[in-house]
Design a protein around this ligand. Structure first.
Ligand code: ZN
Length: 374
């Protein structure tokens, strides 16, 4: 084959595969990160209360004229560094979210988050919040909702990001409490589109919440539940949640990869997984790799899985775009895999199909304009 023909063939191949990045390694990494950040995506597993960064917490305390037991942001971060098990994590979580007092606080916390992810390709957010964590400390639901309504209205106007809410009930509280709160959510169904379950997987989960979820479905709420990673009886919990809660998504759910029958059941039921590579024990060797390997297995199995950030404020400020970059850097995810994850995040959102079609068209157009290969 002549050199000319070889060159033409090579050029054709490169055009088909996407354009390789020229220049140094650093330039290449930067170009890939810019592509991943710009890639249109949604955030479906983010806790309002978990978006509070150390500085946000201190600013809220100061604004409300309250004294913090932490001298500075470094001291708050230090406390978080030692919150290495779920119980301690939740203890610190509840302590920090206690800084939110007024409707304005809730509005500002949500808007600060939106501002941070608007630069990471996020077009749409379904944000968890925990009504019980506020009512039990004396903040009326009306106050929380007043702030969330304002954020819902401002986010698309100021940042071009749609913001909706999912109310999570705490699994370590009673079903009666969840039911009482569910009924109280009815007037806010124009911005609260679904319900979920979080906090530790207590004994009795998920049976305990079957009635609550049946009621939620009857009221027209979409349904998801956390199924945490590597907790005792996790596979049993997954199977029971599928049977008893009529869920449409699973938050975390990485243990699905451990059971081929469960993988088939989840895929056939069209249940989406909102996976979070971030974790409490990130420094333990192999933990991050283990999570990324399961994410890849689930993606390859045809499950609608996407990446999400959970509690970025409490987990070293890694937001959703950062996590896609992390998956590429640490897990060696290819362009095709990164694109598939982001596309899944559009497919898993609880929106009308007409809106989804518009998204997917824009997504494909964006990809065509950014032919980078990695
Ligand atoms: Zn979560």
């Amino acid at each position: 084959m002549g050199n000319g023909l070889r060159f033409v063939l090579l050029a054709l191949l490169l055009t088909l595969a996407g354009k390789p990045v020229q220049g140094s390694d650093a330039e290449r990494d930067e170009a890939i990160a810019a592509f991943i950040m710009g890639l249109p995506k949604t955030e479906l597993h983010i806790h309002l209360e978990g978006t509070l960064e150390a500085e946000d917490y201190l600013a809220l305390m100061a604004r409300n004229g309250r004294e913090s037991s932490y001298a500075d942001a470094a001291a708050v971060r230090d406390r978080l560094t030692y919150a290495r098990d779920l119980d301690t994590f939740i203890e610190v979580y509840e302590e920090l979210l206690g800084a939110m007092q007024t409707a304005y606080d809730f509005e500002q916390v949500a808007m600060t988050y939106i501002e941070r992810v608007a630069a990471q390709g996020v077009v749409y957010v379904e944000m968890f919040f925990d009504p019980q964590m506020h009512t039990y400390r004396g903040i009326p639901l009306e106050t929380v909702m007043e702030g969330l309504y304002r954020a819902h209205e401002r986010a698309p106007v100021e940042y071009g990001v749609e913001l909706w809410f999912i109310a999570c009930f705490n699994r370590d509280r009673s079903a009666a409490s969840a039911l009482m709160h569910l009924v109280a959510l009815a007037p806010y169904q124009d911005i609260i589109i679904g319900v979920g379950l979080d906090n530790p997987e207590e004994i009795g989960f998920p049976e305990k919440f079957a009635t609550v979820f049946a009621r939620a479905a009857a009221m027209g709420f979409r349904r998801t539940t956390h199924l945490d990673v590597d907790v005792p009886n996790t596979l049993e919990h997954h199977w029971s949640a599928l049977r008893l809660l009529d869920i449409e998504r699973i938050d975390h759910g990485l243990n699905v990869a451990d059971d081929p029958e469960l993988m088939t059941a989840v895929r056939e039921a069209g249940i989406a997984l909102t996976a979070c590579p971030t974790l409490l024990y990130r420094d333990i060797p192999g933990r991050l790799e283990g999570r990324l390997a399961r994410i890849r297995t689930l993606l390859e199995a045809g499950i609608e899985i996407s990446l999400h950030s959970d509690d970025p404020g409490l987990m070293r400020d890694l937001y959703v775009g950062d996590l896609y970059v992390l998956a590429q850097n640490e897990g060696g995810f290819t362009r095709e895999e990164i694109v598939a994850l982001a596309r899944n995040s559009l497919l898993s959102a609880w929106v009308e199909e007409a809106q989804r079609s518009v998204w997917l068209e824009a997504f494909d157009a964006w990809l065509a304009e950014h032919p980078i290969a990695f």
